[in-house]
Design a protein around this ligand. Structure first.
Ligand code: BEZ
Length: 248
């Protein structure tokens, strides 16, 4: 299971919320709007919505991240995205870099739909088809050598534009915009930190004493594709960005 350490996240993955500003801009938050921040993490983007004058409920399944969000003075709650349990309470649902962690996309879209008022909008960005393909491939090779099927440990859902369009429509949304685009992302530190933070489900397939070897091997496999000549690691992120409205 994926778990989060807010301190490590803040040190090595602050870029995730820093790069979320275009999603906030797409939401175009209005003073007085009720917004659900789905997968708020430590609340860095939730704060922006509050500053814009929104009444925000922030939810995340990670207790550690919710505690970090509470320390910012936010209304943050430990809630699983597949069981949100809200009923027509929000003008908008906002979600950055979270929906690719949920492998039941229809369930979460139904929960989002229930949370929204009629006409309410969903504005979200997450990983699209091909996201971190080099990293998925490297785990395929390194775990394959150990007799482990990496696909069984893969925690991510990275849909194509067509697939997600179909799901949104089937779950009662009209699509205002949807695009999938590459966003090569320079890391602030060695890819080792990224692997340790984001790939725990792959790492957990081997005994704890073997994880350092696995990380080292994956890192070596990735070096030719992801490390630039000036020593910066650039990860092959692909984003799916969408704005959709609940059909009334
Ligand atoms: C993403 O934001 O696309 C992402 C983050 C961690 C792992 C995989 C994808």
């Amino acid at each position: 299971m994926q778990t989060w350490d807010p301190n490590e996240y803040a040190r090595h993955a602050r870029f995730v919320s820093d790069l979320g500003q275009p999603v906030v801009d797409l939401l175009n938050p209005k003073r007085g709007e009720r917004v659900l921040d789905l997968g708020c993490g430590d609340g860095a983007l939730t704060e922006k919505l509050v500053t814009a004058g929104c009444h925000v409920v922030a939810v995340d399944s990670s207790p550690e991240q919710v505690w970090a969000a509470l320390e910012r003075g936010l209304d943050a709650r430990i809630v699983d995205a597949t069981a949100l349990g809200f009923n027509s309470e929000f003008d908008a649902v906002f979600s950055n870099a979270v929906l690719h962690w949920i492998t039941e996309p229809d369930t979460v879209l139904q929960e989002i739909r229930s949370a929204l008022v009629p006409g309410g909008r969903l504005v979200a960005e997450f990983g699209g088809a091909g996201c971190v393909a080099s990293i998925q491939d490297a785990f395929g090779v390194a775990l394959g050598k150990r007799g482990i099927d990496a696909d069984c440990a893969n925690p991510w859902y990275f849909p194509t534009a067509d697939e997600y369009r179909g799901r949104l429509e089937a779950n009662g949304f009209t699509i205002d915009m949807l695009s999938v685009f590459p966003r090569p992302t320079p890391l602030p530190s060695d890819v080792r930190a990224w692997l340790e933070i984001f790939t725990r489900p792959f790492l957990a397939t081997v005994p704890e004493e073997d994880r350092l070897d696995l990380v080292n091997e994956v890192r070596l496999l990735l070096e030719p594709a992801l490390k630039t000549t000036d020593g910066i690691w650039v990860v092959d992120y692909v984003r799916l960005r969408t704005a959709a409205s609940k059909v009334t």
